[in-house]
Structures are given as C-alpha cells and as structure tokens.
Design a binder for this molecule. Structure first.
Ligand code: NAD
Length: 473
C-alpha cells in the first residue's frame, strides 16, 4: 500500500488548499472550465492505462466495463458540467415579498472552499473523479482519498493528477484506513464519502467534531420487486445485468428479489437462460468481473455456506462449463427462501448471490421492505401501473428504476443518493453542483424601502401599516 510521501504531510496539503481557498474566493468560469478540461484530457489520454490498472486490481475486470461504467459515465457528467456551468454559476434571482419591496434578492452561488472526497474500490474512477469533477466545477479545492483495495488504480490516479494540477488545487492522497481516518478528521468545508454504511458512521462522527457537513453515499439491500404482471424473461435479463455487472459489486445492484409465490421455477429458468445469454461461461470469461479480494470472496462464500446449512435451496446458475477459478470469478447463485435471520438477509451482499423470496400480494411486499432500513435503490418489474404506483407511494428509497435495473444512476438530471441508512445528500447534475456550493442569500435594499414604517415607537402609524399588510397575507 502506498503511503503519503513524508514531504507532503496530509495536514500541510490541507493547509495549502485552505489558504488558497481563502485568498482566491471567487473562482471565475474560465478557471473552473480549465480545471475540468485538464481532468478530461487526463482521462482521455490515459483511459487505456486507467482501465488496465483497474483490471490489474480486480484480476478480471474488462476494460470495456471500465469504459462503460467508469469512463463513459464520467465523460457524460463532465460534458454536462462544462455546458451548464455558466447557467449554474449565475446568481439566481428570488422573488421579493410585498412587505420588502422594492428591495431585490438573489442567491449568490459560491465555492465552499476545500472539499474532501473518500472513495470506494468498486467503480474506482467514476466514484472518485465524478464527485471531484463536480466539486472542481463548483470552484472548490479538492483532496481525494481513493481506496487502498485498488492500489494500481489509486497510484496511477495520484501520479496523473499530480502532473496536471497544483497540490493546492486538486490532489490525491494514498493510504488505507489509518490515512482515511486522519483524512476524515480534517476540517474540510465538505466531506463527501462513498462506501459502506459501517464506515460511513465513523466518517460522519469524525466530521461532526469539526462541524463539517457530509454527503454519505452508502450501501444497503436494494429490493427488486417482480410483479405478477411482468414479462418474466425480459425482467430476468435486466435483473441479471444489474446483478452481475461487476459481479454484483455495485452499490445499487438488486440485492434480493421479491417474487409472486408460485413463480419460483419459471424465474429460476428465466434467470439461468439470461445468465447464459450474457455470460456464456463464467470461468475465464473476461467480461465477468472477479471478486476484488480473497477476503471478500471468503465472506460471500460464508454467506452461501450458512444459507446452505440452514436448509435454503442454493442453486448455482452458472452455464455448463463454468466453475470457480483461481481468479476469484464466483458463480452466480440463486438462494430460494432464505430464513430472515441469515447473514444473507441482513448484510448487503455485494456479490453475485441473489436471494429470492416469495410474496403473496403487494401489501406483503411493501411491509417486508418497510420493516428494513431504507434502501439505496428499488426496482419494480411489471405492466400493472396501479401495483407500481402502490409500491412507489408506500416505500421510500434513494432512487427507483421501473422495468430495468441501475439506469436511474445514469440519468444526469436525476439526483443520486441514499436515504436513512443508505446515506444522505445526493449528487449528479445541478444537485451535485449545489452540493458543493454555498448559495448565499443576498438582499439588496432600495432607497425607497418602507422598512422605517416598522421601526419603533409603535404608535397608530405602525398599526395602520400592519393592518394594511395583513390584507395581502
Ligand atoms: P469501505 O467503507 O470499506 O471503504 C470506503 C473508503 O473508506 C475507502 O477509501 C477506505 O480507505 C475508507 N475508510 C476505511 N476506514 C475508514 C475510516 N475509519 N474513516 C474514514 N474512511 C475510511 O467501502 P468499500 O468496501 O470500498 O465499498 C463498498 C461499499 O460502498 C458498499 O457498501 C457499497 O454499497 C458502497 N458504495 C456506495 C455507493 C453509492 O454511491 N451509494 C457507490 C459504491 C459503493
């Protein structure tokens, strides 16, 4: 694991950024666009090397997947930032109520200052450079701490960023949990964390000591509700895609399926066929990502072993010829009706294992979801719009895709984030820009202001004014 070079201690980096943010408070459009352009050039010039680094970190993680899920998503977000910045930076006029007229009011959008970003390993470019680009576009200085579990990628990111950014502009800090802990204790103007709910709690506590506001992009168990009205074969392909992309190591992957009772056999067959369609083999298939580490694979295996021992029906749905390899490619597996007490039903799975639970009516599915922490994502498949609306009206989740999986994250017009234990605060698009922006309310008084009418002494004139105003309210 690479540590911070002793010549650049963490606190000195922070102090340099903090000083810069307080001496150059206004960050013009041209400067912001230049920072975005440098980051974009870095990505475009080194996209192959970055994808290779991700591949090296995972063992198997196809460059095409990194292109689609990391680099493409980043480019789309950055193109939107570049285009919309002039509009988003502008002061926003606010209507002035009659009792303050003819004053005018606006929101002045300013950088927060220094933004800290802590990232996970699963989409190591998108989930680090994405918020970094947004924070830079909002005029901030950025310190980024990527994951120690993707050492090749994180080291390459650090060296590329150091080549094109001054350390007081944008810098990447390397290190494991010890460095991450020290990092989250810095008095940032905002701390943006993507990772597990467990570590998110620690980050929130560390930030609270500095009154540093946080965004927590966490995980959890995202339900996928299959309605009786759905085309099972079509749904199965989309569920397989959402579940097996990056071998299930996706924060918004469907964690478990709620299925109308009696459809288990049909779902199993449709799921098996869909796996074979998308991944004709598992072992040695360059499109099928490996589990990131031995430790993570052992945890997933333990979840399966426990379910097996408890009598759940565990079905390996890898196409014939597949088999677990030394490269940690883990076979997709369905687990039917696991008992509620199993770890499989209480921990975020984050791998290619899909519990399937039968339900007897939409009310039961809603109750099941609402008895658990609020999920990051929720999926519904079907054509019965009344059932869909009932589910959406009666559950609260970070986001929803109807009749597909994952896709709401790719829509830059939709805020992305969790709720409750799946996180707080959201980003993407203008919501992300505002996450890293102080919207400073400014009231500009007019020389014709009537404020004096409200001043003491409170005599009959004051009373007449209040009586008059009351008519307008
Ligand atoms: P993690 O919480 O283990 O680690 C995330 C980051 O936190 C790493 O950079 C790590 O070094 C750092 N860290 C570790 N200990 C820390 C501490 N005490 N204080 C501060 N930072 C610390 O998460 P992970 O395993 O990298 O990622 C997987 C998790 O992230 C899953 O739960 C997944 O659902 C979640 N996730 C969420 C989103 C989202 O957008 N909501 C996206 C991707 C992943």
């Amino acid at each position: 694991m690479t540590q911070i070079p002793p010549s650049l201690p963490l606190r000195a980096l922070f102090d340099a950024q903090h000083h810069a943010s307080r001496t150059q408070v206004e960050v013009p459009l041209a400067v912001r666009r230049d920072r975005l352009a440098r980051l974009r050039t870095l990505l475009d010039t080194h996209s192959a090397a970055l994808a290779d680094a991700v591949q090296a970190d995972f063992g198997v993680r196809s460059p095409q997947l990194t292109e689609a899920a990391d680099l493409f998503v980043l480019r789309a977000g950055m193109a939107q930032l570049h285009k919309q910045l002039p509009r988003w930076m502008k002061p926003q006029r606010v209507h002035t109520p009659i009792y303050l007229q003819p004053a005018s009011a606006h929101l002045q959008r300013q950088p927060l200052g220094v933004v800290g970003i802590i990232g996970p390993w699963n989409y190591p470019l998108q989930l680090t450079f994405g918020p970094a680009a947004t924070a830079l576009a909002a005029g901030n200085r950025v310190m980024l701490k990527p994951s120690e579990l993707t050492p090749h990628t994180s080291a390459l990111m650090a060296s590329l960023v150091a080549q094109v950014f001054a350390p007081d502009e944008f810098t990447v800090v390397l290190g494991g949990p010890d460095v991450a802990q020290a990092f989250s204790a810095l008095p940032f103007d905002h701390l943006f964390f993507t990772g597990s709910t467990q570590v998110g709690r620690q980050v929130a506590a560390a930030a609270a000591a500095n009154l540093t506001p946080t965004t927590l992009e966490l995980g959890g168990k995202s339900p996928c509700v299959v309605d009786a009205s759905c085309d099972l074969r079509d749904a199965a392909v989309k569920i397989v895609h959402g579940k097996l992309l990056n071998a299930g190591q996706t924060c918004i992957a469907p964690d478990y399926v709620l299925l109308p009772r009696g459809q288990e056999a049909a779902f199993e067959q449709a799921f098996r066929d869909a796996v074979a369609q998308l991944f004709p083999t598992i072992a040695g298939n360059p499109d099928y990502a490996a589990i990131v580490s031995e430790r993570h694979q052992a945890r997933l295996q333990a979840l399966l072993d426990e379910a097996h021992a408890a009598g759940a029906r565990v079905v390996d749905v890898a196409p014939a010829g597949g088999g677990t390899t030394a490269a940690r490619q883990m076979n997709p597996t369905l687990v039917f009706s696991p008992a509620p007490g199993l770890r499989l039903m209480n921990e975020e799975i984050f791998g290619p294992i899909l519990p399937v639970l039968p339900y007897d009516g939409m009310d039961e599915a809603i109750r099941f979801i609402n008895l658990r922490p609020r999920p990051l994502a929720l999926y519904w498949f079907g054509s019965d719009n009344a059932a869909r609306d009932q589910l959406l009206a009666n559950t609260v989740s970070g986001g929803v895709t109807v009749n597909d999986t994952l896709m709401h994250v790719a829509h830059e017009g939709l805020p992305f984030g969790g709720v409750g234990e799946s996180g707080w605060g959201s980003y993407h698009g203008e919501t992300g820009f505002l996450r890293f922006t102080q919207q400073k309310p400014v009231l500009v008084q007019s020389r014709w202001a009537m404020g004096r009418l409200f001043y003491p002494p409170y005599g009959p004139r004051f009373q007449r004014v209040m009586d008059l105003l009351r008519r307008f309210l």
